[in-house]
Design a protein around this ligand. Structure first.
Ligand SMILES: [Zn+2]
Ligand SMILES: [Zn+2]
Length: 229
């Protein structure tokens, strides 16, 4: 599977995945123009999966629909976005091209947020897309690729509050709705990673993270190839 980052973090999240037969967008939190440029104007998407209605995940959704690209999200997310996309229910399998997609619920301050488990019938590979959640109540088997939020380091966050770089209320929101480095490590340890080829760390906070440290820590714990988007 080929995984490309178009944008990651609070400025906007969008990723392109392809198995050589079908191509999906995971979230579209940037303008369609930005997606076009990042994909060299190769925008033949079989669909776009949206995790939740926050702008950094769905900014480009209306333009995708206007261009005839299917947008998939839960009923709650679609109504919060006020668009007519295709409804997905958690724990059902949806065939999109050569991909089989299952959504599962996550813990975030949005209407009906989800993560996605995506299986390619073309390459027999399984990818987990997990972002904007303070933890994950599920474990998964036979994963080959993991795209996971590694938003903040709790100590950096506390230091930033003490140094008045960020407001306490914002810090509280981050702790309740985004995944810390510690939780990311716990989650990875709880899953069988024997078939994992690559781990992609996504949605890092600008103020409360250190990409190099995060990469080293996750690599040390998992022994896997880790990339930071
Ligand atoms: Zn969010
Ligand atoms: Zn977000």
């Amino acid at each position: 599977m080929d995984i490309q980052c178009i944008s990651s973090g609070s400025k906007g999240n969008a990723y392109r995945i392809t198995d050589g037969h079908s191509t999906l967008l995971l979230d579209c939190g940037v303008s369609f123009k930005k997606i076009q440029v990042a994909c060299n104007f190769n925008t033949q998407f079989d669909g776009c999966l949206i995790t939740h209605e926050h702008q950094d995940h769905c900014k480009g959704a209306k333009e995708l629909l206007r261009r005839g690209i299917d947008v998939y999200a839960t009923e709650g997310t679609l109504s919060a976005m006020n668009i007519n996309g295709l409804v997905i229910h958690t724990e059902h399998t949806y065939d999109i091209g050569t991909f089989e997609v299952i959504a599962f619920d996550i813990e975030h301050d949005a209407t009906e947020p989800v993560g996605f488990l995506i299986y390619s019938t073309a390459t027999n590979e399984k990818l987990l897309y997990l972002t904007d959640t303070c933890y994950c109540r599920y474990t998964f088997s036979d994963l080959n690729y993991i795209m996971i939020e590694c938003n903040h380091d709790k100590e950096m966050l506390i230091d930033n509050v003490l140094n008045k770089n960020i407001y306490p209320d914002l810090a509280k929101r981050i702790l309740k709705s985004h995944m810390s480095l510690d939780t990311c490590i716990e989650f990875l340890k709880a899953n069988n990673l024997s078939k994992v080829k690559e781990i992609y760390l996504i949605h890092l906070s600008n103020e409360n993270s250190n990409a190099n440290t995060f990469k080293t820590e996750i690599q040390k714990v998992t022994g896997k190839l880790v990339r930071v988007f």
